[in-house]
Design a protein around this ligand. Structure first.
Ligand code: SAM
Ligand code: DTB
Ligand code: SF4
Length: 334
């Protein structure tokens, strides 16, 4: 989609936007189920990067306690508990700039991935920058999806991160796609961006080939000590609009209503589900920040008559549109 197409969609009257997004949602996800995913931070804090929203950056004096890479047994305890609670996807995050093959820590991550993959859940990891060989090794170990957000527009990105570039992010995404791993790529609202930045992000993501398997939409959880600690809360109606635009822009992707749900009412979340969100992170913690209580989420889904998704054990590789060039092509969007 182009920016002007997205702008026209964004500018629709609220109910017209909601109606259109819901129609797209019903056409692509006729069962209307919600996927529950559980996150675990397997290596916390002390990150070399300077992402202005992130408490895990070593550049800022935050209240976060750092932790070395967890042992595989400990990760498995969390993964089994996640499966027992109804999550069908286990997502592991590490606060690193990236990983390199042949290092002890990468070998440890591969062992962890093999263990979790044996539980027959979707296995997602987010480890920062990857080369083609690392992506291939992760795929062989059992990773089904890789989360690597572009977060905002290429124009606003350098105001938020200076230690790596948008092109670096695109290169990793390309490597993940080439290895046949599904891409989970989205953004974060509330980082001093404009509406155009939000739509530019969707423009870039909507032109991926293969399309991303999922698009997480995070709202800033302001972290004391980070440069964005005092940023105002995103307007709930703006979050719903963004979810609706993401649903229309990337119709086949799961749209994940991600960080920031503790600050959203049940009614706002309900409208997000109507607008096309079909996944949430489930459990009292995201990576380092708070998430709604699992019991509250279950109660809300029950009240709405929304069913949760069963495990998908096919782990199909992403579908490429062979009539279009593969993308992202590095620097094509910037
Ligand atoms: N280090 C990895 C990377 O940079 O890709 C993964 C971890 S990072 C926590 C994954 C995503 O979480 C970020 O891209 C951002 O969208 C989101 N995130 C991080 N801190 C956040 C915060 N304080 N509030 C909301 N979302 C946040
Ligand atoms: C994503 O876009 N959101 C999740 C997942 N991908 C890894 C992470 C949200 C993290 C929020 C901040 C924290 O808990 O540290
Ligand atoms: Fe590091 Fe990722 Fe946080 Fe950036 S978002 S500081 S890369 S953990």
């Amino acid at each position: 989609m182009t920016l002007s197409e997205l702008q026209a969609i964004y500018d629709l009257p609220f109910f017209a936007l909601l109606k259109r997004a819901h129609e797209v949602h019903e056409a692509n996800f006729p069962e209307g189920k919600i996927q529950l995913c559980t996150l675990l931070s397997i290596k916390t804090g002390g990150c070399s990067e300077d992402c202005a929203y992130c408490a895990q950056s070593a550049r800022y004096k935050t209240e976060l306690e750092s932790h070395v890479l967890l042992e595989r047994e400990e990760v498995m305890l969390h993964a089994r508990a996640a499966k027992d609670s109804g999550s069908t996807r286990f997502c592991m995050g590490a606060a690193w700039r990236g990983v390199r093959g042949g290092t002890e820590r990468f070998e440890q991550v591969l062992d962890i991935v093999r263990d979790v993959a044996s539980l027959n859940m979707e296995v997602c990891v987010t480890l920062g920058e990857l080369g083609p060989a690392e992506a291939q090794q992760l795929r062989e170990a059992g990773v089904t999806a890789y989360n690597h957000n572009l977060d905002t527009s290429p124009e606003h990105y350098p105001n938020i991160v200076t230690s790596h570039t948008y092109e670096d992010r695109l290169r990793t995404i390309r490597n993940v796609q080439d290895a046949g791993i599904s891409v989970c790529c989205g953004g974060i609202l509330g980082i001093s961006e404009t509406i155009t930045d939000r739509l530019r992000l969707l423009e870039v993501i909507s032109n991926f080939n293969p399309a991303p398997e999922s698009v997480p939409i995070n709202s800033l959880m302001p972290m004391p000590g980070t440069p964005l600690a005092e940023n105002p809360q995103v307007e709930p109606l703006d979050i719903i609009r963004m979810i609706a635009c993401a649903r229309i822009a990337v119709p086949t992707a799961k749209v994940r209503l991600s960080a920031g749900r503790t600050r959203l009412s049940d009614e706002t979340q309900t409208l997000c589900f109507y607008a096309g969100a079909n996944s949430i992170f489930y459990g009292e913690k995201l990576l380092t920040t708070d998430n709604p209580e699992a019991a509250n989420d279950r109660a809300l889904l029950t009240k709405l008559g929304l069913q949760t998704l069963e495990p998908d054990t096919s782990h199909a590789a992403p579908l490429v549109d062979l009539t279009q060039p593969a993308s992202p092509a590095i620097a094509a969007c910037c």
